[in-house]
Each structure stands twice: as structure tokens, then as C-alpha cells.
Design a protein around this ligand. Structure first.
Ligand SMILES: [Mn+2]
Length: 319
């Protein structure tokens, strides 16, 4: 893509943003792309609306990610893994004009509605990750700058979002790209050791709570928590929601969910092996992937009532 090459060549001072509550795809694509740009002698800054989970802190350059933005001078702003201002709302709301006055480059795989005039978009909803889009669109123009660290960052999505090749449909494309990253010396062991095989006893104790609260209703299995509880276990949101991967290993339920209270919102993550949970999530105004999706609902009265309403609605959608 020549347009992409031109934009990168022309602009020196660059700020990269990921979405709030960043997942592996967001952190991996931000740090991987950022390192590639720094190797091209660009001046790169990294911003996240909130502090990324310490689960990703093993990545080199993780500490470069700042959670307050300076609204200073940049030639180019890059958005990775999101294409709606609502996903960087704490940064956006402070100075909305700033974003309409700057040149913006977007890498994303989520559904996108009419991008504004000042955006250049590298977009593929068929792709399961932004890491993959970045790899496919930059390796061909800048292969000589790729190194082990870039490949390791971009590999992160395969362990996190793709769950080590468990959640996705497009096996050929994913495995091909995994091979490309491995040939570029992506450190798969570093990621597995630090992301999978590293649970603290605190985190396991929290899993115990989730299992105790587990409820089975018809074809739905769910558990729930309040994010305020997490500080008792010394874990963050990303570490807590990781346990959904254990619940989803249970054989029979059609839909597996974790329901968490976060201030005045209820946030729901859905998993399935054979039901399109993306459709369910969309009917609540959320989104995601076919077998892994999420949505949020506002609490009107209290957490229990909202939780109950959500379960009932999901049940009717399953009929
Ligand atoms: Mn993503």
C-alpha cells in the first residue's frame, strides 16, 4: 500500500493510541508498530486512556506507554485496534477539536462507519486482529527493519485474542502469519511463560470465587463479580477476565459469560463454541467476534436486577 508508505515516510513526530482497557491485540500492535517506526528513526510516543494490565508488562518498552496525553504537536496520530472516539473517550473529550485538526492513520479490524475526512484507514473486518493487519501491510514495505522484538509484540495476539489458535475461523491466514512471525524470531516462549504460565495464588483464589458463584441456567453458564473486589486479590481487570478461558472449557453450555459490575455499568463477556455470540452482543449494542464478544449495559436500579434482565434477554435470543 503506497499511500501507507508515503504517510509513514512523510511524518516524523508520531503519537500512537490504543483503546481503553487495552487487550493483547491493542498493546501488541501499538508496541510492535511503534518499534518499527522508531527503527525508521521516527519520534514515537505511546498513549492509552488507562493504564494497560500488568499482564503485558513483560514486553520490552511497555513502560513507554503513558496514560495521560499532552495534546502537543505531532505530525501524525495513529489509532490501533479501534475506530470510534468513544474508545478513547477520556482523552478525546478533553479536547475534541485536537483530533479533527490532526492527520490520523487508523489500523483496525472492527466494523467502521464513515471515517472522518482527516483519517486514512487500513481496515479489514475479515482479519481477527490489528496485529495481523499491521504485519500484512508493513512487512512488504519495510521488511528489512523487522526484528525479534517487533515480531514478538505482533505475536501477542495469537496467545491472547486468538487464544493460541482456539477462537478463530480463518486457520490458514492465521497459521501463515504465525509462521511468518516465528521465522522473524518472535519469542513465543517468552509470551507463553509470561502470559499463560505465570498465575499468582491471588489470581487462583479469585478463580475460586468465580467457580463458587457459577450459575447454570438452561444453556447458559455464567459467573459474576464487582471490579471493586479485585483489589482484595491484587489483580486487575484483564487478569480477572482471563478466567473466562477456564469457564469456556466446560463442555456443554451454549453460552458462557462473565458479568462484571464496573461503577454504574454492567460489562458482559460472552464465549461459545457453536453459537454466534457476536449477534447477541450486537443486540445489546456491543460487538466482537463470532465466538467471543462483549457488551455493556447501564445499571438502572441495581446490579442484581440488571444481571437478571441480561440473562433473560440472552435466553430469549437463544430460543
Ligand atoms: Mn483487536
Amino acid at each position: 500500500m503506497n499511500e501507507l508508505k508515503n504517510i509513514i515516510d512523510k511524518n516524523q513526530k508520531i503519537a500512537i493510541f490504543c483503546h481503553e482497557n487495552p487487550d493483547g491485540d491493542a498493546v501488541g500492535s501499538m508496541l510492535g508498530l511503534g518499534r518499527l517506526l522508531e527503527k525508521l528513526w521516527k519520534d514515537v510516543s505511546y498513549f492509552s486512556p488507562d493504564k494497560p494490565s500488568k499482564m503485558f508488562s513483560f514486553l520490552e518498552w511497555f513502560e513507554k506507554i503513558k496514560s495521560t496525553f499532552d495534546y502537543g504537536f505531532y505530525n501524525l496520530l495513529i489509532f490501533v485496534d479501534f475506530s470510534e472516539y468513544s474508545r478513547i473517550k477520556t482523552i478525546y473529550r478533553e479536547k475534541e477539536n485536537y483530533f479533527s485538526e490532526n492527520q490520523i492513520l487508523v489500523f483496525d479490524h472492527h466494523q467502521m462507519l464513515n471515517p472522518p475526512q482527516n483519517w486514512t484507514v487500513v481496515h479489514d473486518t475479515q482479519s481477527t486482529s490489528t496485529c495481523e493487519i499491521i504485519l500484512e501491510n508493513t512487512l512488504n514495505i519495510r521488511e528489512e527493519y523487522y526484528d525479534k522484538e517487533i515480531a514478538t509484540c505482533l505475536y501477542l495476539w495469537l496467545t491472547t485474542d486468538s487464544g493460541n489458535f482456539r477462537y478463530d475461523e480463518n486457520h490458514e491466514r492465521i497459521l501463515k502469519n504465525a509462521l511468518v512471525l516465528i521465522q522473524l524470531w518472535a519469542d513465543k516462549k517468552l509470551i507463553i511463560d509470561n502470559f499463560i504460565n505465570n498465575k499468582t495464588l491471588w489470581a487462583i483464589n479469585f478463580l475460586k470465587i468465580l467457580l463458587e458463584r457459577m450459575i447454570i441456567e438452561w444453556d447458559i453458564l455464567y459467573s459474576y463479580y464487582d471490579v471493586d473486589e479485585l483489589k482484595n486479590y491484587n489483580i486487575d481487570n484483564e487478569q480477572a477476565s482471563y478466567w473466562l478461558t477456564i469457564l469456556q472449557e466446560i463442555k456443554w453450555p451454549k453460552v458462557i459469560m462473565t458479568i462484571r459490575k464496573e461503577d454504574h455499568l454492567v460489562k458482559v463477556s460472552l464465549r461459545s463454541k457453536d453459537i454466534n455470540v457476536e449477534k447477541i452482543a450486537k443486540s445489546f449494542g456491543g460487538g466482537g467476534h463470532i465466538y467471543a464478544s462483549w457488551f455493556a449495559q447501564r445499571i438502572e436500579e441495581n446490579f442484581d436486577i440488571t444481571k437478571k434482565e441480561i440473562i433473560q434477554k440472552v435466553q430469549t435470543l437463544l430460543l
